[in-house]
Ligand binder design. Sequence first.
Ligand SMILES: [Zn+2]
Length: 252
Amino acid sequence: MLRNLRSVAAASLAVGCIPFAMSFGSARADATTHRAKVVEPVTTTTPSTAAKPTTTTAAPRPPLVRMLPFKGTFRVSATWGSATGPTHPTPAIDFVMPIGTPVYATATGSVDFTSTDPRNCNPLTHIPPGGTYEQAIQWCVDHGMVGTRIRIRHDDGTYTMYVHLSAIRSGISAKPMSRVIAGELIGWSGDSGIATGPHLHFSKTDAVGKTYDPVLLRACWDNAIHDFVNLKALVGTMVRNDGYGCLTTPKK
Ligand SMILES: [Zn+2]
């Protein structure tokens, strides 16, 4: 899947994202993401993070708008579709975040796939002498070091993927399929699998995993929905997501 990338450098940014040491403190931060005034996040709604059954129908509750799977502000290290600079070979976006950051379902649906493997396989350390970054990735794949992941099939037929996790929340499984609601804690971020540093790889795709959903580029803060229209410009910036500050479906 990396055959169209032209250099080792580009590939390293694409899959493993930005190495952890490079992840914070950019002067470019906030250039495009902090248009709104800064206020304290709305905290009147309790996150659904408490342990509870996930396979039964939950009590009706307001539709949470959680278009990104985290709360807080994190740096975008790679996106899909950018012709130059950090890019991503598959429809996905990478957010650099510390290991153990809570990860939430972005919409209601059913968990239909999980894998659990805490091992990290940093391609930069597996490039064979005279070999390529692609070969290093293949080495990781051949050794089954693909990490801890969750996929959710949403009620509209789309899927979201949460990759490189450090742990999956107890009770979240694909067999039997756990029912999760928007905003529900599903696991914690990490650096498992093919990654050069801790980050969350997140995607929302169609049933065959090939269509990038622009809804992914929405975040919630200051009780409002914010759209990101320039995917390329997003790389290297900070994206803030409050989640629980947006309790109603945005107007179309
Ligand atoms: Zn990624």
